[in-house]
Design a protein around this ligand. Structure first.
Ligand SMILES: [Zn+2]
Length: 91
């Protein structure tokens, strides 16, 4: 007979690294597939899209936003507060 105990976990923005806290934005042209650079600022990808539209007459774009997430033990989980433990993920 096996017994399973479920502990609470939570998922949210990954704040483990200061450089990755802001979502990355990129804009893609839906006509030709050309892409802006990834950026954390709004203006860079937007300016790329406007410049691309002026240069090519392409008018359709897709915004791609990548936000890093992190799963951590929630309060009530025996690993809560021990997220940096090396043996946390060993089963
Ligand atoms: Zn294009």
């Amino acid at each position: 007979m096996s017994t399973y105990v479920f502990a609470p976990w939570t998922i949210g923005p990954d704040r483990s690294d200061e450089d990755t806290t802001s979502p990355l934005r990129r804009i893609e042209c839906t006509t030709c597939g050309e892409k802006s650079e990834n950026g954390v600022e709004q203006v860079g990808p937007d300016m790329w899209a406007i410049s691309h539209a002026v240069r090519t007459s392409h008018r359709g774009f897709r915004e791609v936003v990548t936000a890093l997430l992190r799963v951590v033990p929630a309060p009530g989980n025996p690993y809560h507060g021990k997220e940096d433990s090396d043996d946390l993920w060993e089963v």
